[in-house]
Ligand binder design. Sequence first.
Ligand code: PLP
Length: 430
Amino acid sequence: MTADTTNPETIVLHGGYRNDPVTGAVAVPIYQTTSYQFNDAQHAENLFALKELGNIYTRIMNPTADVLEQRLAALEGGVAALALGSGQAASMYAVMNLCRSGDNFVSSTDLYGGTWNLFANTLKDFGVEARFVDPADPENFAKATDDRTRCYYAETLPNPKLNVFPIKEVADIGRGLGVPLIMDNTACPIICRPFDHGAAVVMYSTTKYLGGHGTSIGGMLVDGGNFDWEAHKERFPTLNEPDPSYHGAVWTEAVKPLGPIAFILRARVVLLRDVGAAPSPFNSFQTIQGLETLPLRMRAHCENAVKVADYLAGHDKVQTVIYPNQQDGEMRRRADAYMNGGYGALVGFELAGGKEAGAAFINSLNMFYHVANIGDARSLAIHPATTTHSQLSAEEQEQTGVTPGYVRLSIGIEHIDDIIADLDQALAAT
Ligand code: PLP
């Protein structure tokens, strides 16, 4: 069985692989090889001409990564996926697969700082303009769109504000104008499936929840196969014009015998071939091990996080708790509309005592790790004012939603009593 089911608990264990055809191995093998022996000259010619899909070289494809890709595509309800060396590579490839110099894309302002830097500075240097808009009003995406707009980009559950993105509202606007929505779903796998709400491409840093162990950096793109790139030929020259690097292939034409995979096929055979941010087979193996328990872990993460949010809300040293269950109005409506089975494991809070209190809290933690990461099975904490945001002015910090007393927690799957006990004693020290 290769998981002919939509149940995530089964897909993560059985999707895309039964056993190794030669040895019978049940665990997915680590195919630690750079290259693959061709059967004969005809076979090699077919592979290079994309008449037949198969393994050529690990920079472009690998059987261990392939199982991970199939599992992610099935989990998301997409048609194909591409594993990459990091989440950063995945967001870079997502945009560069559609944008050329002189083009633009519209991005939510609520982004991971690394993505912000990539979009605001590095892509700008390559002549690609990110137009940042506030997702509080979905219409801002329409207003920023013109003929050279190639995609919309946003995070489902961006921290620190934890305002869930209006996926359907913006996807609908984009579909009306012929613009696909790319969603970074890193913070809420399983509990949100952006394709169900109209997104065209889903992106992940697999470094976080998907891996869960905190051992391996990785990224993933999933193609929803639900966007008609040919219906908007002028908007997507990379997919509809002859590709000189591939003997004039037009990707929307070339994929016809293979299914609606133009986006992901080009990302693989052009971007990955040329830029080469391939994951190591060992890291793909590690991520597969983590993925096996993702549905269980997400359940435990969410159950613990809601208890932490409630605990913090009742603590006299805590000024504000940032967690969807503490929100009301439109933001709560969005959280309920797009998240199913929990609100994720990120919890923010503001200490009344400001920067000193934040630093004292961090210095007093015993079990929580003080790290620049999220989505580990272990509980993690960071105080942006003394780390990621320390170089920003007070005004800039405020704009990003970070105040001097703000602390971000990534709640793990330890026993809830131990999590609360550590928070309790650290809060007492502030
Ligand atoms: N997207 C989000 C939401 C992230 O939190 C991160 C990393 O923190 C990334 C993308 C980048 O991923 P990576 O660190 O795997 O390159």
